[in-house]
Structures are given as C-alpha cells and as structure tokens.
Design a protein around this ligand. Sequence first.
Ligand code: ZN
Length: 450
Amino acid sequence: MNKRTITFCLLLLGLLASVTVAQSTAITVIKAGRLVDPETGTAAANQVIIIEGERIRAVGANLAIPAGANIIDLSKLTVLPGLVDSHTHMAITYKEQPENNYYYLTYVMDSTPLRAIQAASNGIQLLNAGFTVIRDVGNNGMYADTALRQAIEQGWLPGPTVIPSGIIIGGTGGQFWPTPEMYKRHNIVYPEYIDANSHDEIVRAVRENMLFGARTIKLCIDCKPWGYSVEDIKLAISEAAKGGCKVEGHVQTPEGAQRAIDAGIYIIGHGNALTPEHHRQMAEKGIFLAGTDTPFTKYRGSEAAFKRTVEKLRSAWEKKVPLTFSTDFDYWNERMKDEKTGEWLSRGDLTIAFLDTWKAAGIPPTDILRAITINGYKAADIIKERGPIKPGLFADLIAVAGDPLTDIDALRNVQFVMKNGMVFKKDGVMTPEKFFHPGPVRMPNGRYTR
Ligand SMILES: [Zn+2]
C-alpha cells in the first residue's frame, strides 16, 4: 500500500468515524419544571437533563445547553423515572366469554402467536401509561415473553423493557389439575409449566429458560402439596445465578412462604398467604414482595377480598418489606370501561388503577412512588443500567401534571414518555413513529444477549 493510499484510507476512516459519532451523539435536552427523585422522595425545580443518544449525560440546574441540541420543554410538568409493574402477564388474556375466566381454555384456544401479538399490543399500551419496565412472569405460551423482549430490544416496535421469566417451573402439574389422558398422552401442562421434580430436572428447566431468553426465573413454590423444599429452591437460585437471573417464587400457602424465605428467594409473588411474621422476616432479609394487590372495582374482585388484600399490604408496609407495585394482570371483561365516558379502559389504565389498593392501605405517596420505580428496578435487577434519572443510565423517563409526591393519582395521567432517549409520547399523545422499523436496528449477534 503506497503512501497516498494510506492517507486516503485514513481520511476515509476518519470520515466514517465522524459520521458514526455524529449519529450516536444526537443531543436532546429536557427542561423539567420539577424533577422527582423517588429514592429520596424529593423534587428539584427547573432542572435540565442532557441526553446523548440513548443515555443520560448530565442532570442539573444550570447546565450549559449544547449547540444544536433538540430541546423539549417540560417546564410546566413534573418529570420522574418510568414506572414498573413487577409482576404481570403480557401474553395471556382470559375472558368471561368463551372460557368463563378459566385460563386452561385460553391456553387451549389462543395460540402462542396470537398471544405474542396481544403481548406486543399490551406493551404499547403500558408504555403509553408510563410503564418503562415490566417483569413478565410466565403463562406466556411458548416463550412469547422472551420474543417480545427481543422484538422491543431489536427495534421492531415500542414497549417497556421486558424482564421475562420464560416458562414457570413447578412440580408435576404446575398450576393445572389435568386428566390422566391430557397429562400423559397430550402433555397438556407444557408449555404453560415445565414439570421439574428431581434436582436434575430443576437444573435442566432453569437452564432451558435461560437458553431461550429468560432474565428472571419463576418457581411454583407450593402450587401443589408436593411443592418445592428449601433445598430445591436453593438449587434453583444457585443455578439461575449462573445465568445472571434472580428467582421469584409464586407462594399461596404460609408453609410455602416460609420455605421460600428460608431459601433466601429474591422475590415473593402474591401476598395473600403471608403473615406479619413472614413480613418481619422478609424485611430482615430484604426479600421483595410482588403482592399483586388487586383493587375492588366494578369489573373485578370482591369487597371482602379487597379488604384482606389491603390489610396484608398495610402489614407488609408497616414491617418495612421492600414493596413493589404489581398487578398479576392477565384478564379482560366487557365491564372494563371508564365510568364517566363509557370508553374502554386500556391495559395501561387498568394497571395504574391498582393504585387504589395502595391508597386504601394508607401508604404515603412517597412510598408508593418508591415501590413503583426504585424497588421495581431493583426487583427487575436492572437498576445499574436503567431507571433512575442519572448520568450514564438509559434515558427512560415520564412527565405528569401535578405532584405525585403529594397526590399519587397524578400518575394516572402521563403526558410524556421517553424510552431509550426516544420520545414515545408528547402532550398526552403517542408519537411512536421512530420506534417502528422494517428490520432489526440492533442485532444481538444471533444469540440472546445478556
Ligand atoms: Zn402471576
């Protein structure tokens, strides 16, 4: 190669480098009227957030605004980190008709591809309501949850960051009670559950889920009387840790709760079976609670069940359990309409309505805000990469009118949503064009990324 060619090549490289830099350093500046820090439960006035590409570069009061920056004026709004539903199900929707709310039938009648498309729609609806992260913990057919995560990550469509569990792991039967012929001849339990009884089977099941893209592992602790022992749960925890996954245990009995606590599980799903003594131990060990605290509404629940749920949530809060906001949402019926307008409620509206339970439990807005943000990022095990509005982290944030630190219902009306530095919603209207591509814009090199 002669000198002129080398010079030319260097020039070309320089040019390419400058083009790459110019593309990746698009600067966006957000002027926030108020910026909430849910960790401390405080807000600072007139803050500037500088975003470089997908990530936050700087946050402060008197930052110099870079020349040529795209400026977004949210000076009349309160800016805060995106919300988290720490226990939901994106790819199953059981209904009163035709299945009488019996999800065995949903599983038989709705294909995994159909459920995956439902999940994609649910993701858009949740992002519209300000949910930038969700933990999706099973009952998603044949890995519709990990596919949704991949599709969003690759840039096919907008949606929250999905922390998928893959298929729920349980002892024989999972949460089903099938007939012998459906179980033995038709393997009806799979793919809603992986039967894993022996230690070898537990290891295999955890590895399979991680191979197919799980970012968390979900165990049925006590779905059956032959539920998992402390040793079984410990084995699942240590195997999951090899793939960087934390474990959530579905718990429905006091004995199951105690075994999960003794094994040092990361998250307990469902709060109904927990006693104040469990709450005390969970607080001591720092075990997260995804209580799935269903409110009583005209479309769901009963007053008696609501009263119990409120009491349990109150007790957990009093004992200082690390609480997350969680819904267990996986159903739909024709009464899910706005009482005033008569219009359908979106999946986002239905999810944020769970605030009713937290308010009924008398939990202060600052603690609810921490549960629906910071504790959610911790439970999802992503707090080092996204969530808090801090330099270096992904630019995920939302804005609302009013002050969620004193009135948590401000979260019901999200005006602005940014995900990965891109505007998804502005002035209360979805503007998702930039999220749609005719191909993947971010390739994980042919494998599931971690
Ligand atoms: Zn659930």
